[in-house]
Design a binder for this molecule. Structure first.
Ligand code: AMP
Length: 389
């Protein structure tokens, strides 16, 4: 049934989704490198198909010889819960191929510039950052709720409270908006969760609604008794993990960022060290956007940054605020350029991106987790002072 109101939808994937397993392995390898070598240059890509993991990419680091790549991958697979080949992957019998090479000398020279002594961007690219006032975490509500549902399911699976859940899962939430673009209610929820073979779809539906969704969402203002639920609409989801679908690093860029509510430049985050602006500038852009919305500049704020390989300053910056005043927008952009250091060195320093923090980002979104530097609201006062908001 189509709603009379405008709707908007977002989705999330669990830590057992094949693409997410790949992201977690890539980021765990990055973190292990950074623990031993803060200057490691890492671009780590993982492919997982059936019971095979191929880890490739380019890494330059003094730590390379000391890192147990295969051991890290096995530990991640085990932690997720892939402990039986019937689930689609098994840490005990998995074949792991380490095909990691070295960063091109041409790129390495462009990043570590001997002439200027400043870090150049590791690639060209366009990067977006976004925030909105729909939730306390300044994220779109459909996106946040999609993630909360899967985090709850994961908890119940891992504590053994629901024994027949397997690791692979996806969720999707549709929110209705009033004519003033205010979110008013959840219209429908889709959950596809991998499960053991000997459990009926009726029990799965009942359990997911009563034990996963309702305890997670019942106290949220968007909850509504008339929500339509689509639980395992395929009818069966026993075959899953990398046996059902190949996993690749960087293939969940929308679930990693803003769930489709902002534009995306296309560059993935996981597996990349902070000299890659695809990742570091996306974190800086989020930091700026979140502080702007928290300061009351606008309900929604999107910023685009563009870089050229080897250069440190962005080659272009643009903001989209929904404010119908070109001069005011120009002032905001000028303020950003004058007050935020948007060079790779500036971003790395401000957001402490040489630390091994990346595994925290590789599941359930890179944004909205308050312990991460780019979620801090320490620029709000300065923005308020400048714009008297
Ligand atoms: P994608 O996320 O675009 O790669 O789409 C495939 C995903 O759908 C898989 O990775 C699983 O998370 C999910 N999936 C696999 N088998 C089923 C199934 N039988 N029913 C519902 N979802 C499934």
């Amino acid at each position: 049934m189509i709603s009379k109101n405008k709707t908007s939808t977002s989705e999330a994937v669990s830590e057992g989704h094949p693409d997410k397993i790949a992201d977690q392995i890539s980021d765990a390898i990055l973190d292990e490198m950074l623990k031993k070598d803060k200057m490691a240059k890492v671009a780590c890509e993982t492919l997982i198909s059936q019971n095979l993991v191929v880890i490739a990419g380019e890494i330059n680091s003094t730590a390379k010889k000391d890192i147990d790549i295969k051991g890290i991958a096995k530990q991640i697979i085990k932690n997720i819960g892939y402990t039986n080949i019937e689930y689609g992957l098994d840490y005990k019998s998995v074949t792991i191929i380490d095909a990691i090479g070295y960063q091109s000398i041409d790129i390495a020279n462009a990043v570590e510039r001997k002439d200027t002594k400043v870090t150049g961007a590791g690639d060209q690219g366009i990067i977006f950052g976004y925030a909105c006032n729909e939730t306390e975490n300044f994220l779109p509500i459909a996106y946040e709720l999609s993630n909360l549902i899967l985090q709850k399911a994961s908890k119940l699976r891992k504590t053994g409270e629901i024994k027949w859940l397997r690791p692979d899962a996806k969720s999707q939430v549709t929110i209705e908006y009033d004519p003033n673009k205010k979110p008013i209610r959840i219209n429908n929820i889709v959950v596809s969760h991998q499960h053991d073979p000997d459990i009926s779809q009726d029990v799965i539906r009942q359990t997911i609604i009563e034990k996963v969704i309702k305890p997670t969402l019942q106290n949220k203002s968007m909850f509504d008794p008339n929500i339509r639920y689509y639980i395992n609409p395929s009818g069966n989801f026993v075959i899953g993990g990398p046996t059902g679908d190949t996993g690749l690093t960087g293939r969940k860029i929308i679930a990693d960022s803003y769930g489709g509510f902002a534009r995306h430049g296309g560059g993935a985050y996981s597996g990349k060290d902070a000299t890659k602006v695809d990742r570091s500038a996306a974190y800086m852009a989020r930091y700026i956007a979140k502080n702007m919305v928290a300061a009351g500049i606008s309900k929604e704020f999107e910023i685009q940054l563009a870089y050229a390989i080897g250069l440190s300053n962005p080659v272009s910056t643009k903001i989209t605020t929904g404010i119908n005043d070109e001069n005011y927008e120009k002032r905001i952009l000028e303020f950003i350029i004058n007050n935020f250091d948007l060079t790779p060195d500036g971003i790395i320093k401000k957001l402490k991106l040489r630390e091994p923090i990346y595994s925290k980002t590789s599941t359930y979104g890179h944004f909205g987790k308050n312990e991460l530097e780019w979620e801090k609201l320490d620029f709000v006062d300065k923005i308020k002072e400048e714009f008297k908001t």
